[in-house]
Design a protein around this ligand. Structure first.
Ligand code: AMP
Length: 459
C-alpha cells in the first residue's frame, strides 16, 4: 500500500510505490520527409487483433497522412521524427478515432508518442479550464520523462498547460500549482494524483482520455491498482482509455481489460520472442559474488561504452556499489528510491545531459526510461524474472539503435533465471567472449544524431 506518513506540516503525504517494493526485488527533421514511406519496422511483425471486431488492416501512412494539426506536425519534425514506427502508424490513427486501446509493443519503439501525439491532437484548450487528459505512470522519473515528451510536441501549440504531480514533494506545492490556472493535461504517479483528488483540488470530472503507461506494472501492484481504481472512479463514465506496455502477464491483462470497453483496439505481441530488440547483443558472464566488482571493472575496461546502466536488485546494493565505483570513476552516478525526490531528478538530469556516463540503479530505472546514448546495460544482479530482464536491457538499443546487455550469473539460482529468460523469449544468451567486436553493439548513427533531451521546466 502507498503508506501515509506525516510530513513536517502534520499533513499526510503519500510515499511512492517503488520505495516499498524495491527491497523485495532481491529476489524540421525534415519537413520534406517522404510521406509515402512504410512505417519503420519495430522488428518482427506484431500480431494485432481486436478480440471483439476481428481483422484489422495495417496502416502504412506517414505522419503527414495522419492529418495532424500543423503545429503538432512541426513539433514532430523538430524532434527529428521522419517516419512513424510501426506501433505509431497502427495506433495513432486509432487513438485519434477515440476508441479504447490496449497496446503492447517492444520497449523503445515509440509507444509514448502514440498517446502524446494523439491526445495533443484531440485536446481543445478553449473548451474547458479543467483537465481533459490524464496520464498515469509507475515511477516519478517516468512521469517526468513523459511530461518532457508532451512539452516537446506541444512546442508550437498555444495555451496547453501540463501539470506534473508525483510523491516525494510537498503536496502544498501541487495544490498551489493547480490553483494557479487551468491545467489541461494531468500526469503523474497514482498515489499523488489520488491524494490530490481526495483533497478536492484536482477535478477529474472533465477527463476525456485516461492513459496508463507501463500498465502491467501499475495494475500489477495492488497498492497502485487500488489508487488507479479510485482515480478512475473520479473520472466520467464516457471517456477513452488507453493502456500501454511492452509486457503483460495474463492475469494483469485481464485486469487491464476491466478498464477498457469491449470495442477496444488491441495490439498484442503473441510471441514473446518478438519483444526482444533485434539489434541488442546479449551475453552473460559467470562470476562468483565476491568477484563481481572486479569483473565489472574488467568488463568496463574491455567493452566500448558510451553510457552504461548497471542494474542491482536493492537500494542497499545500489548505494554500496555506486559509492565504491564513484570513488574510482568520476563519471559514476547512482539513483535509488531512498534518495530525496529533488536529488533523484537532479541525478537523472545529469545522466540525461551526459554529464555522467555510468548509472548504478535499481529497477526504479528499469522501465520506460529513455536515454539515447545508453549502449550498454549490465545486470550486476541477475533480474528476478524474464519481464524484468526485458525491461532492463531495453534501456540500451532504443529506437532501433545497437546495444549490448551483459548479465552476471553468480549462482545456480541465477543460472536458472537466465534459462527461464532464454526459454521465455526464445533467445540465446551466450557467454561473454574475451573479445567482442564493438561494431556489433555501437551505433555510429545513434552517437552522431544524439542530442541531450533536456527538460524544459516551464509549463
Ligand atoms: P519510447 O518507446 O516511447 O520510450 O521511445 C523511444 C525513443 O524513440 C524516444 O527517444 C523517442 O523520442 C524515439 N522515437 C519514438 N518515435 C520515433 C520516430 N517515429 N522517429 C524517431 N524517433 C522516435
Amino acid at each position: 500500500m502507498a503508506a501515509a506518513v506525516q510530513n513536517g506540516h502534520g499533513e499526510a503525504e503519500l510515499l511512492d510505490y517503488e520505495e516499498e517494493v524495491e527491497e523485495q526485488v532481491t529476489s524540421n527533421g525534415s519537413a520534406e520527409a517522404d510521406q509515402n514511406q512504410e512505417p519503420m519496422d519495430d522488428g518482427d511483425r506484431v500480431v494485432m487483433h481486436t478480440p471483439y471486431h476481428g481483422h484489422v488492416s495495417l496502416h502504412t501512412a506517414g505522419f503527414r497522412d495522419m492529418l495532424l494539426k500543423p503545429e503538432i506536425l512541426k513539433g514532430i519534425f523538430d524532434a527529428g521524427f521522419e517516419h512513424p514506427s510501426q506501433v505509431q502508424a497502427e495506433c495513432i490513427p486509432k487513438a485519434m478515432s477515440g476508441v479504447d486501446i490496449l497496446c503492447q509493443a517492444k520497449s523503445g519503439m515509440g509507444k509514448t508518442a502514440v498517446f502524446v501525439i494523439s491526445t495533443l491532437q484531440m485536446i481543445d484548450p478553449q473548451a474547458t479550464t479543467q483537465p481533459t487528459v490524464l496520464v498515469l505512470a509507475p515511477t516519478r522519473e517516468l512521469a517526468y520523462q513523459i511530461a518532457a515528451q508532451y512539452r516537446r510536441f506541444r512546442r508550437h501549440l498555444r495555451g496547453i498547460r501540463i501539470g506534473l504531480f508525483y510523491g516525494g514533494t510537498p503536496l502544498l506545492g501541487d495544490i498551489q500549482n493547480l490553483r494557479a490556472g487551468p491545467v489541461h493535461i494531468v500526469l503523474g504517479t497514482p498515489g499523488r494524483l489520488k491524494a490530490l483528488v481526495r483533497e478536492r483540488v484536482l477535478n477529474l470530472s472533465h477527463i476525456k482520455h485516461f492513459i496508463v503507461d507501463e500498465c502491467d506494472k501499475v495494475l500489477g501492484q495492488l497498492d497502485m491498482q487500488s489508487d488507479v481504481h479510485e482515480i478512475f472512479l473520479a473520472t466520467p463514465f464516457e471517456k477513452q482509455v488507453m493502456m500501454f506496455s511492452a509486457t503483460y502477464q495474463t492475469a494483469v491483462l485481464q485486469d487491464c481489460r476491466k478498464y477498457l470497453s469491449k470495442e477496444a483496439f488491441e495490439v498484442l505481441v503473441e510471441d514473446p520472442a518478438k519483444l526482444v530488440l533485434k539489434r541488442l547483443v546479449q551475453h552473460y558472464k559467470q562470476v562468483t559474488e565476491d568477484k563481481k566488482y572486479r569483473m565489472l571493472k574488467d568488463v568496463l575496461d574491455v567493452i566500448e561504452w558510451n553510457q552504461v546502466i548497471i542494474f542491482v536488485n536493492t537500494v542497499t546494493r545500489a548505494s554500496t556499489l555506486g559509492t565504491l565505483l564513484s570513488e574510482e570513476m568520476t563519471e559514476v552516478i547512482m539513483i535509488h528510491s531512498a534518495m530525496a525526490q529533488e536529488e533523484r531528478l537532479a541525478r537523472y538530469q545529469q545522466f540525461v545531459d551526459y554529464r555522467k556516463r555510468i548509472l548504478v540503479a535499481t529497477d526504479l530505472f528499469g522501465r520506460g526510461m529513455d536515454i539515447e546514448r545508453v549502449n550498454v546495460v549490465i545486470n550486476y544482479d541477475c533480474p528476478t524474472n524474464p519481464d524484468q530482464y526485458l525491461h532492463r536491457i531495453a534501456r540500451a538499443g532504443r529506437f532501433g539503435t545497437c546495444g549490448l546487455a551483459v548479465t552476471f550469473v553468480a549462482s545456480d539460482v541465477d543460472a536458472q533465471k537466465l534459462n527461464d529468460i532464454q526459454d521465455r523469449y526464445d533467445t540465446d544468451i551466450s557467454a561473454l567472449p574475451d573479445q567482442l567486436d564493438p561494431s556489433l553493439y555501437t551505433s555510429e548513427e545513434a552517437a552522431e544524431s544524439s542530442s541531450p533531451d533536456s527538460i524544459d521546466s516551464a509549463n
